[in-house]
Design a protein around this ligand. Sequence first.
Ligand SMILES: Cc1cc2nc3c(=O)[nH]c(=O)nc-3n(C[C@H](O)[C@H](O)[C@H](O)COP(=O)(O)O)c2cc1C
Length: 263
Amino acid sequence: MANKDSITNTVKIAFLVCLACSIVVSVSAVSLRPLQKQNEVVEVKKNILAAAGLLESGDTSAKAIVEQFQQIDTMLVNLNTGKFSNEIEDLELYDQFKAAKDPSQSVALTKDQDIASIGRMENLSKVYAVMDGDDIKTLILPVRGYALWSTLYGFIALESDLNTVVGLGFYAHAETPGLGGEIDNPKWKAQWIGKKVFDDAGEIQAGVKKGTVNPAIAYEVDHLVDGLAGATLTSNGVTNLVNYWLGDLAFGPFLKNLKAGEA
Ligand SMILES: Cc1cc2nc3c(=O)[nH]c(=O)nc-3n(C[C@H](O)[C@H](O)[C@H](O)COP(=O)(O)O)c2cc1C
C-alpha cells in the first residue's frame, strides 16, 4: 500500500487545497464585482445628495438613496465651450475619469494650468442639478484634485446665484485619518455652507485658511474656512481643487454662461 504521508502525497494535497482556495477567491471576486460597482455608484449618489444638503438621515439603504436621487437631474457640460452638451445619450454609462485618461476625450494640462494636479481634464463633464421649474435651484459640480497622499474626489454644490456654497464633500481619498482625513469631519464640512466662491469682481476667493478664520475680517468670513490642524498640505489641496474646477479652465465659462442664460 502506498504511503499516505509520502512527500508526493503531501505536495499533491497542498496543491489541491491551494487550487480549491484560489477558485473560491476568484469566483467571489468576479461575482462580487457588479455588487461593488453598484455600491460605488450609490456612494457617489449619496455624496451628491449630501453636497446638495438633501441627504435624509435614517434609511441609508441603496434603495432609499436611489429613490432620493430622483430629485436630481444629471446633465452633461462641454468644458471647452462652457455649454450644455447632448453628445452622450446614456449618461449612466459615461465615465469622465476614464475619459480624462483618453487623449481623444481630454486635454493635457500644463504645469501652470494644473493647480489641482490632475494631469488631464476631460472634455465632457457631468453636472447635477435640483431644478425649480426651468431654473436651477442647486447646481452640483464634480471636483477632484491631488492633496498629500491621494486624489480627492467630491462635489461642490452652489445655490441658484452660482456663488453661495450649499455644501462640499468628498467620497474618495486616502488622506491620513485624523489629519488630512478630517476633510470628512461634518463640523469642518459645515463651515463651507454659505461661503461665497467669488468676490464682487468675479474672482475666485474660496479656500482653506492656514489657521482659523478671523470673525472680524469680512473677507475671511465670506470666503474662507478653518485650516485642518497639522494637515496644511491636504487643506491646500482642497483650496487648489476648488480654484481649479470653478476657474476659467474648468467650470468657470459654464458658470458665466449659465448666469447670462447662454449655457
Ligand atoms: C504619517 C504622517 C501622515 C500625515 N498625513 C497628512 C495628511 O493626510 N495631510 C496633511 O496635510 N499632512 C499630513 N501629514 C503632515 C505633513 O507632512 C505636513 O507636516 C503637514 O501637512 C503640515 O501642516 P501644518 O503646517 O498644519 O502642520 C502627515 C505626516 C505624517 C508623519
